[in-house]
Write a new protein. Structure first.
Ligand code: SAM
Ligand code: SF4
Length: 489
């Protein structure tokens, strides 16, 4: 069993590892950018925006840090160990910088935003610090750093959505892509650093989202995942200055054609689903306080919207949820699960985020989390132990008083139970036929392909004549807690 502070489903295992930029052909004569991304999907998506901005600025990309003129680490600050990983990487880069003093080393993303100029004092190898809303300024910042000065921009914007920037797809499988639909977060979960590092919530123009999804489809992509910290609070209005013009229900005003006063998430989902019935649509992350029946009915209405919802719970105990400032309690969460099951059926995939050992959590309250898991039977989950983050409400007001060994023991109990539930949920699919979008060869053998079904479960099956990007009906014949195995029918 893993005793890390995170457990990820098989297909997302790479998310917590840095991903590198691919080589770009015909790069001769141009300066080279190398970028590593850490943390959430949003960061990987942001790195694609960064690559696009630097490409406009005359850079080519490389997958080798050794031959780069500029090295960026796009960082995560969500837990302490995410920051430690970046600090270790910076230590390794010190040798490279010593050999090539002209090399520019930049730290981007949430850690840059959280630590600002302190990062320059603490990590001498760093030349450039840029927060998540400052990426348009990167070409100028690089120029400044090249003169030997330290370059910093950590300005947080209320408007920036990078809507007009066509991301350069990095290390893409050519089949699935992330599309960012909003930035920032206005919730103040007491444990979370995101509102401080990514700023206020803002929604991206739906025209640009649909255009990006259409372009991806035309390039051969067959799945888009709409990304935001809280997609259910997506709300775009033509003139943000007149909020009284907002419309809540998709029935009140047609979102298409005229794109009336405003577009909410259910409407956006419908717009993207209509790009093509052959384009699968996923989204992440949903917030239990905001997900609406409208969203669930829109999912039901469109076969190409995947029947899978990531619905972080964080805890199964109402007192802890109140301390976390999640603004829902255990009953509300279970009520949302009941709505999902009622509207989308028992087979809809549901995953969670859970935090073990939050401030003042008792043994009985931890058992409430286990009993919530028993009640829901999640398909999989992302599980962490609490890591206090400086500046958050919890750090200011609550004692981080659960000893580390107890946090880890509780986390391990949560992980072990999830393993059981993942296996049970996967066993339900044995004997069923699932539509799989092929993403490439299986990790173990080129004689097998792998893809995911609607519920986001990884399925491996013999290659035969099938190819990446195709939809294949696969009969599930066997499974583990992480993977389904089958054969095409
Ligand atoms: N916006 C999403 C939501 O509200 O569900 C999640 C954003 S966060 C990047 C991903 C997950 O990290 C959270 O759902 C939470 O479980 C976990 N997390 C956030 N802050 C944490 C902390 N201080 N310690 C441990 N886990 C944390
Ligand atoms: Fe963090 Fe809560 Fe916002 Fe998610 S909803 S990013 S956990 S503050």
């Amino acid at each position: 069993m893993k005793t890390l502070d995170i457990l990820t489903p098989a297909d997302k295992e790479a998310v917590d590892l840095p991903r590198l930029l691919a080589d770009e052909p015909a790069a001769a004569g141009r300066k080279k950018l190398y970028i590593e991304s850490y943390g959430c999907q949003m960061n990987f998506s942001d790195s694609e925006i960064v690559a696009s901005i630097l490409k406009e600025g005359g850079f080519a990309t490389t997958s080798s840090a050794d031959e780069a003129d500029v090295i960026f680490l796009n960082t995560c600050a969500i837990r302490d160990n995410a920051e430690q990983k970046v600090r270790n990487r910076l230590m390794h880069l010190t040798g490279l910088k010593r050999r090539r003093p002209e090399l520019v080393v930049g730290v981007l993303g949430c850690m840059a935003e959280r630590l600002k100029t302190k990062l320059l004092e603490e990590e001498k190898v760093v030349d450039l610090v840029a927060g998540p809303d400052a990426y348009r300024d990167l070409p100028r910042l690089v120029e400044e750093a090249e003169t030997g000065q330290k370059a910093v921009n950590v300005f947080l914007s209320r408007e920036e959505t990078y809507a007009d920037i066509a991301p350069v797809r990095l290390n893409s499988n050519g089949v699935t892509a992330f599309v960012s639909i909003m930035r920032g977060c206005d919730n103040m979960c007491s444990f979370c650093v995101v509102p401080f590092t990514r700023g206020r919530e803002r929604s991206r123009d739906p025209h640009s989202i649909v255009r990006e999804a259409t372009d991806l489809f035309n390039q051969g992509y067959r799945e888009v995942t709409l990304l935001g910290q809280n997609v259910d609070s997506y709300k775009w209005s033509q003139s943000p200055q007149t909020p009284e013009g907002l419309v809540d229900s998709p029935n009140e005003e047609a979102p298409f054609g005229s794109l009336g006063a405003s577009v909410n998430f259910a409407q956006l989902l419908e717009m993207v689903a209509q790009v093509s019935p052959d384009l699968r649509v996923r989204f992440s992350t949903s917030h239990p306080k905001d997900i609406t029946d409208d969203v669930l009915f829109t999912m039901k209405q469109y076969a190409n919207i995947c029947k899978y919802i990531h619905l972080p719970a964080q805890s199964g105990n109402s007192r802890i949820l109140a301390l976390m400032n999640r603004t829902y309690d255990r009953e509300w969460y279970l009520g949302k699960i009941a709505r999902i099951r009622a509207i989308l059926g028992e087979d809809c995939g549901i995953s969670h985020d859970l935090i073990a050992g939050f401030c003042t959590e008792t043994e009985a309250e931890h058992r409430d989390t286990l009993s919530l898991m028993e009640a829901v039977q999640f398909d999989f989950g992302f599980m962490f132990y609490y890591s206090e983050r400086p500046g958050t409400l919890a750090a200011k007001k609550l004692a981080d008083d659960v000893p580390e060994e107890i946090k880890k023991r509780r986390l391990n109990e949560i992980i072990a139970l999830q393993q059981q539930h993942s296996l049970l949920r996967n066993q339900r699919t044995v004997g069923q036929v699932h539509r799989v979008l092929v993403e490439g060869f299986s990790k173990r053998s080129d004689d097998f392909l792998q893809g995911r079904n609607d519920q986001n479960k990884v399925i491996v099956f013999p290659k035969e004549h099938f190819q990446k990007g195709q939809y294949v009906n696969v009969l599930v014949t066997d499974c583990t807690a992480a993977t389904l195995m089958g054969k095409a029918v």
